[in-house]
Design a protein. Structure first.
Length: 156
């Protein structure tokens, strides 16, 4: 027997509303998949945007970063977000040792995997700071005289 579902309400036609969270979960996942950037209005979003900016500045500015490096930067920012969340959760725990098994919590091992991932991404990007490419003095003076000469002809 096939049951008909109402399109928007998530209810079976002629039946009771669903009580499990499957529909709200699916709705939330579809919204999350549409959102590709962090909300920069929150303190976490601001902090991550600042870290991303500093990372790009260390790489010589966004104009000197290749598309592949930019993808690595975006992955590093996401990994840092997850790592910071795990760190915050771990620091709230009364102990990091499971009493029954007398071993560290699995989240500690997962954190170490995230640290390794972030370290790998950052080492792929390079550990040394890159200088921004600035024009030489002669290039700067030539460009300045070219723009000054073009503006002098406009005013006549």
């Amino acid at each position: 027997m096939v049951r008909m579902m109402a399109a928007k309400s998530g209810r079976e036609v002629g039946g009771r509303p669903t009580t499990h969270g499957r529909y709200s979960l699916m709705r939330g996942l579809s919204r999350a998949s549409r959102r590709t950037t962090l909300d920069r209005r929150t303190s976490i979003g601001k902090a991550l945007a600042a870290w991303r900016g500093e990372l790009l500045a260390d790489l010589g500015g966004i104009e000197n970063v290749s598309t592949q490096e930019l993808a690595l930067v975006e992955e590093a920012v996401k990994t840092k977000l997850i790592l910071d969340s795990v760190d915050a959760w771990l620091l709230q725990q009364p102990t990091l040792i499971a009493k029954r098994t007398r071993s560290v919590l699995p989240a500690v091992r997962d954190r170490q995997a995230l640290v390794s991932t972030l370290r790998g991404l950052l080492s792929d990007l390079g550990l040394r700071r890159r200088a921004k490419t600035e024009p030489t003095l002669s290039e700067y003076l030539n460009a300045r005289s070219a723009t000054a000469g073009g503006q002098a002809g406009v005013g006549k």
